[in-house]
Ligand binder design. Structure first.
Ligand code: ADP
Length: 835
C-alpha cells in the first residue's frame, strides 16, 4: 500500500533492538570480567598461600638446621676440652692452633661468617677469623639464665657494630659434659650472614613474576620491622618500619593474628593480594604477595580484546540495522516517488473526469459564490461556464427552495459535509430536482465548499410512480374485502389489512406481536407447516387450505386460505402473503345441507318402509272386511258365525279408520293445519272413562290398568284441548299395552311446578337408550319381534310429541329394556277463567 506519510516513521523497533543488543553485550562482557576476576583472584590466593606455606617450612627447616649445628658443636668433646683448657688459662700455642683449626672448619660453611669465644663472665677470649670487638646485647647481658642454658639458640636479626649487613647469631653454651658437669664455662657465638641462605630462601619465587615478593617481618613494640631486603626498596632491611595499626597493610594484619589470604595495600601503597603465615619457633611472619595489577594483567589484556570485540559487535549490529533502515527509507521514498507518478497520472485522469463528469460539480467560496464549475454544470443550467463562475448559489436555487439554503450552508460549515435534496433552476426558468453531496475542502489553507449535484428528475418521477403504485397497492391491500396478511419467514405478522383484523377480532398492532401459527387451530398447524415447507421448496406454486382459526374472543371460524411467497430480486424469500376468506357460514350451510340430505335420505327410507307398512296395515283389515263381507252373503252361513264375521268386519273397519286418522293427523301437523280447541275439561272424569275403556280391553289377571289422579275432582277442571290430550294418552296407553305381555300399566298425572305432569308407565319390553330420541321421529319403529307382530305405522309418538308441544308442554321417557317404560309429558295447569 502506498503510504500517505511525508517522512518515513522513526524506526523505534530497530532503535530499541539496537539498544537491547548493545546493553546485553556490555552486560555480558561485564559479567564475564567479574567472573574471570573472581576466578583469577581465587587461583592467585591459592598459589600465594602455597608459596607462603612452602617458604615458612623452608625457613623453619633452616632454623632447625642451625640449632642442629649448635648441638653438634656443643657435643664435640675434644673441641670442648680444648676450649675449656684455653679458657682456664692455658695459653699453649698448639692448643690455640687446634682451636683455630676447629673454628676454621666451622666457618667453612659460607653463612657462618665469624666465631667468637666468650668466657662465662662475658669477655671475648678468642675469635676467628676477625677480632670482632662487638659486644652485642646477648653477650653483654649474660644473665644467670643464659649461663644456665644447656642448648644453643638463634638470636633475632639485627644490625650491630661496624658490621654492615644485618645478621643473627647462633649462640652455643659450652659445658663440661665429659666430666658430668653441667656448668657452662663459656659460649661460642657464630655470626650468620642471612644473605647467604636465609634471604635467598625468602626471596626465591617459584615462577617468574614482576611484582611477586615475599617478606619476613616481626613486631617490635607498636612497629613492624621488615627483616629482609625488599624488592622495591633497596637497603631497607631492618630499617623500614610500619605501624602495626595500619588497617590495609597485610604485614599489620599478620601481626594482628590474621592468617590466610587477603586483599591489601603493601608498604609502597600498591594494591596487592597477600598470603600471611607465622614462622613457627620465631617471632617472624612470612608475607607472600603479588600486585593486583599483575594478577589481573592477563585479564585486563583479555578484557581490552573483549571490549574491542563488543564495540565491533555493537558497531556491526548498528551498521546492519542502519542498512536495514536505509533500505526501508529507500523503499519508502521509491514508493513515494512511484505514488507521486501515479498520482500525477491520476490527477490528469481526475481532471478529465471532472471536466466530463456526468454530475454537476461546483467549487464555491465561503460566501457560496461559484468559483469553479465543470462542463456538465454549464450544460445543466444552460449557462456558459464563465457566466456560472462568480454567480451566487442562490441564483440557481428555485425560489421555493431558497429559504433552506442558509441552514444547509451552516450545517455544511459545522459538520464539514452534508447531503440533501433541493430544487435548482435553469436559465430558462425551468426547475430540476437535484441531490447534493457537499463537503468542506481546504486548498492551500483556504476553505472552500465542493458540491456534487445530480439531476434527479427521472428518479423523482420514478419515485412518484412508485409511491403512487405503492399507495394503490396499499389501498387495495387495506380496503380489500378479503383478509390479507403479510408475514416474515418465521410467520410473524408484519402487516394485516382491516378485513383480516376484523375477521380475527384483533387490532393491527396486536397482530404484530403474534404469528400466523398462533391463531391457526392446533389441529391444522402441523399440516400447514408441511405444506409451507413444500411451498418454500417450490414443490407447489401456492398453498390452498381450509383451516379453522381461533379469534381473539376464543370463538373458532372457518377460513379458506391461499398462501404464496414473495421473493426479492435475488430470488430470496422475503415474505409470506396469506389471503384468508371467512367461510364459516358456508361451512355451516354445508353441514346443514349434509344433515338435511342425510335426514331426507333417512326420511325417504322411512317413508318407503312406511308405505310397506301402510299397505300391509291397510290390506290386512281390508282383506278381512272384503273376505268376511263375501262370507256374509253365503246363504248357509249360520247366524252365530254371521255375528262373529260382522264383529271382525267392524274391528277391521275401526283399525282402518285409526290408520287413516293417524295419516290424516300427520298430514295436518306437517301442513300446520292443526288447530287447538281449548275448552273446559273435567280431567278426572275423562281419565276414568279412559281407564274403563282400556280395562275393558285387557284381561285384568294378565295386565292390570291403574289410574292415579293427582288432583281432587273440584280442582281437576282445566282449560285445554281435551281431544288432543285424550289422543296423546290413548296412544301412550295403547303402546304400553302393545309392548307389555304381563304386568301392569299405571297412568295418571300430578301437579308439578304449576304444570300437570302426566305419566304412562308399563312393565313391558322397554326401549334401548339409543332409540329414546328417535322413537319420536315419524315412521320410526324399534325393530323387534313385538313391533313386527303388532305392526303399526311409527306415527303415534310423533303425533303425541307434536300435540304435547302444541299444548305448551314437553314429552320424554325413561326406560329400562326388559323392565318397562315410563313416558311422561307436561301441559300447563290452566284453570277455567284464566285463559
Ligand atoms: P307404532 O304405530 O309402531 O306403535 P309409535 O310411534 O306409537 O308407532 O311407536 C314407535 C315405536 O316405539 C314402536 O314401534 C315401538 O317400537 C316403540 N314403543 C312405543 N311405545 C313403547 C312402549 N310402551 N314399550 C316399548 N316400545 C314402545
Amino acid at each position: 500500500m502506498i503510504s500517505h506519510r511525508q517522512k518515513p516513521v522513526t524506526p523505534w523497533p530497530l532503535i530499541v533492538l539496537f539498544v537491547v543488543i548493545s546493553a546485553s553485550s556490555i552486560l555480558l562482557g561485564y559479567l564475564y570480567y567479574k567472573s574471570q576476576k573472581k576466578r583469577l583472584l581465587n587461583d592467585k590466593s591459592l598459589e600465594l598461600s602455597a608459596i607462603a606455606d612452602l617458604k615458612v617450612k623452608q625457613i623453619a627447616q633452616w632454623r632447625n638446621e642451625r640449632i642442629s649445628d649448635a648441638v653438634l658443636i656443643g657435643e664435640n668433646t675434644p673441641f670442648l676440652k680444648l676450649l675449656s683448657e684455653y679458657l682456664h688459662g692455658t695459653n699453649d700455642k698448639i692448643l690455640r692452633s687446634d682451636i683455630i683449626a676447629n673454628m676454621k672448619s666451622i666457618t667453612s660453611r659460607a653463612e657462618y661468617k665469624n666465631i667468637l669465644l666468650i668466657d662465662s663472665t662475658g669477655i671475648i677470649r678468642g675469635y676467628y677469623p676477625n677480632q670482632d670487638t662487638l659486644i652485642f646485647k646477648y653477650i653483654n647481658l649474660l644473665s644467670p639464665d643464659l649461663v644456665k642454658l644447656k642448648s644453643g639458640f638463634l638470636t633475632d636479626l639485627h644490625k650491630a657494630g661496624n658490621i654492615s649487613y644485618s645478621h643473627l647469631e647462633l649462640i652455643i653454651p659450652l659445658l663440661n659434659a665429659w666430666r658430668k658437669d653441667s656448668t657452662v664455662f663459656g659460649f661460642l657465638a657464630i655470626r650468620i650472614d642471612p644473605n647467604e641462605t636465609l634471604y635467598p630462601l625468602v626471596q626465591m619465587w617459584p615462577v617468574p613474576s614482576k611484582t611477586a615478593e615475599s617478606l619476613l617481618i616481626r613486631l617490635e613494640g607498636e612497629e613492624i620491622i621488615y627483616l629482609n631486603e625488599l624488592r622495591f626498596k633497596k637497603n631497607s632491611e631492618l630499617i623500614l618500619q610500619k605501624s602495626a595499626s595500619e588497617e590495609k597493610l597485610p604485614a599489620a594484619m599478620a601481626v594482628r593474628g590474621i592468617e590466610g589470604t587477603v586483599d591489601g595495600v603493601d608498604y609502597r601503597g600498591a594494591s596487592v593480594v597477600a598470603a600471611m603465615k607465622k614462622v613457627p619457633g620465631s617471632s617472624w611472619y612470612m608475607i607472600a604477595k603479588i600486585d593486583h595489577n599483575e594478577v589481573f594483567s592477563v585479564l585486563n589484556e583479555q578484557m581490552t580484546m573483549i571490549i574491542i570485540i563488543i564495540i565491533l559487535f555493537i558497531l556491526t549490529v548498528g551498521l546492519l540495522l542502519g542498512i536495514l533502515e536505509w533500505n526501508e527509507n529507500v523503499r519508502f521514498y521509491r514508493e513515494k516517488y512511484e505514488a507521486e507518478l501515479d498520482h500525477l497520472a491520476l490527477r490528469k485522469h481526475f481532471d478529465y473526469i471532472l471536466k466530463y463528469a456526468n454530475d454537476i460539480i461546483f467549487l464555491t467560496d465561503r460566501n457560496m459564490v461559484i468559483i469553479e464549475a465543470n462542463d456538465r454544470a454549464a450544460e445543466a443550467y444552460q449557462r456558459d461556464r464563465k457566466e456560472l463562475i462568480g454567480l451566487s448559489l442562490s441564483k440557481i436555487r428555485a425560489p421555493d427552495a431558497l429559504k433552506e439554503l442558509e441552514n444547509e450552508s451552516r450545517i455544511l460549515d459545522e459538520k464539514g459535509f452534508a447531503t440533501y435534496e433541493t430544487v435548482h433552476v435553469r436559465k430558462d426558468g425551468t426547475t430540476m430536482p437535484v441531490e447534493i453531496s457537499a463537503r468542506k475542502v481546504e486548498i492551500e489553507g483556504v476553505k472552500y465548499f465542493q458540491s456534487i449535484c445530480r439531476d434527479i428528475t427521472e428518479r423523482k418521477s420514478a419515485e412518484e410512480i412508485l409511491r403512487e403504485s405503492e399507495e394503490r397497492f396499499r389501498k387495495i391491500f387495506e380496503e380489500s374485502p378479503i383478509s390479507i396478511v403479510m408475514t416474515g419467514k418465521d410467520l410473524g405478522i408484519i402487516r394485516a389489512n382491516s378485513a383480516f383484523c376484523k375477521m380475527l377480532g384483533y387490532k393491527e398492532d396486536e397482530l404484530k406481536t403474534i404469528t400466523l401459527r398462533d391463531f391457526t387451530h392446533p389441529d391444522y398447524v402441523a399440516g400447514d407447516d408441511v405444506s409451507l415447507l413444500r411451498l418454500v421448496a417450490e414443490e407447489i406454486p401456492v398453498y390452498h387450505t381450509e383451516n379453522r382459526y381461533t379469534r381473539k374472543d376464543g370463538s373458532v371460524i372457518w377460513g379458506s386460505a391461499t398462501i404464496s411467497i414473495i421473493r426479492n430480486n435475488n430470488d430470496e424469500i422475503q415474505y409470506f402473503l396469506a389471503m384468508i376468506e371467512d367461510i364459516t357460514l358456508r361451512k355451516i350451510a354445508e353441514s346443514e345441507l349434509i344433515a338435511a340430505k342425510e335426514k331426507a335420505e333417512e326420511s325417504d327410507r322411512l317413508k318407503t318402509a312406511f308405505l310397506h307398512n301402510v299397505s300391509h296395515e291397510i290390506r290386512t283389515p281390508m282383506n278381512a272386511i272384503i273376505g268376511f263381507s263375501a262370507l256374509l252373503n253365503e246363504p248357509d252361513t249360520p247366524e252365530s258365525d254371521r255375528h262373529q264375521f260382522i264383529d271382525i268386519i267392524f274391528q277391521s273397519g275401526s283399525q282402518l279408520l285409526s290408520i287413516i286418522n293417524d295419516i290424516v293427523d300427520v298430514a295436518n301437523i306437517e301442513s300446520g293445519q292443526v288447530k287447538l280447541n281449548i275448552k273446559e275439561m273435567n280431567l278426572n272424569s275423562s281419565l276414568r272413562i279412559l281407564d274403563e275403556q282400556f280395562s275393558y280391553k285387557e284381561k285384568p289377571d294378565i295386565i292390570s290398568i291403574n289410574l292415579d289422579t293427582g288432583l281432587p275432582d273440584e280442582k281437576a277442571v282445566i282449560m285445554t284441548d281435551s281431544t288432543k290430550l285424550i289422543q296423546i294418552l290413548s296412544n301412550l296407553i295403547n303402546n304400553a299395552s302393545k309392548f307389555t305381555r304381563k304386568g301392569r300399566i299405571d297412568f295418571g298425572y300430578a301437579l308439578k311446578d304449576g304444570n300437570l305432569e302426566f305419566f304412562v308407565k308399563d312393565t313391558g319390553i322397554g326401549i334401548p337408550p339409543e332409540h329414546h330420541e328417535k322413537i319420536f321421529e315419524r315412521f320410526f319403529q324399534v325393530d323387534n319381534l313385538v313391533s313386527r307382530k303388532f305392526g303399526g305405522t311409527g306415527l303415534g309418538l310423533s303425533i303425541c310429541k307434536a300435540y304435547v308441544e302444541l299444548l305448551g308442554g314437553k314429552i320424554w321417557l325413561t326406560s329400562n329394556p326388559g323392565k318397562g317404560t315410563d313416558f311422561r309429558f307436561t301441559i300447563p295447569y290452566v284453570l277455567p277463567g284464566k285463559v
